[in-house]
Design a protein around this ligand. Sequence first.
Ligand code: ZN
Length: 280
Amino acid sequence: MNISELKGNEKIKEALCGMASETFPHAAIIEGEKGSGKHQLAQFIASAIVCKVDNSPCGICTDCKKSNQGLHPDISLLGEEQELRVDNAREVRRDAYIRPNEAKRKVYIIANADKMNVNTQNAMLKILEEPPETVVFLLLCESKESLLPTVLSRCSVFSLLPPLGDNISEDPHMEEFIHTLCVSTDYEILTQCVSLESLKREQFSDFLFLLSKTARDAIVLQTNGINSSKAAQELADHYSSEKISRIYIMAQEALDQIQYNASNAAIIAGLILKSNSLRI
Ligand SMILES: [Zn+2]
């Protein structure tokens, strides 16, 4: 695989391209939601480590081919079908001290690392604390929060953002709302907010969810330059990330209020008050 096939996440790709395979940290956590490309990234790093060509992975040598086919003897993929248990972790520890077969370093890709229980994590910790120089562990998880702080402290963390470019959904109503928020007078913003009152509860909740998603996408767009919806694009062009964060929080708080059965009118009054702070 070529790193450019991994969508988005420009900063991580930049960091990896500047990292020689010999100096890649002995343990890394790759964190990201389903579909964010964790396995692709782990596969790329593993190939880079076993490939002996400069600017690895070259993608065409025997090592790269074996790696891409899942057949390289120095790359182990564990925990995919079932999460790693204590006895598996002990087995990994024993195996890690055996020298690599063909490459300079062995790679253990541990899928679902956040599903490992405390005992298993502690068993892994023993090898993460003092690993042989010839091994690299890649711990894949949806959220690093489920890992013990002691495990976290031994690992570099790569947090992947989901690819936004693939599922851009344009929403004319949101586009109009964001456009008003960006270029209109206070009175027009007020009128726009008041018009939300006629929405049914579920529609209002969907609207707020989309508003928070649009704000989040706009921040990601500013940071990573990933293609996004028109509404997110306009927001990113018009406001600083700090102000977009306020919009995100505003939408999230309004969603919380919906859970507590606050009326549309009360929520909208809050939105109007808070939207004033965007002008400052
Ligand atoms: Zn190669």
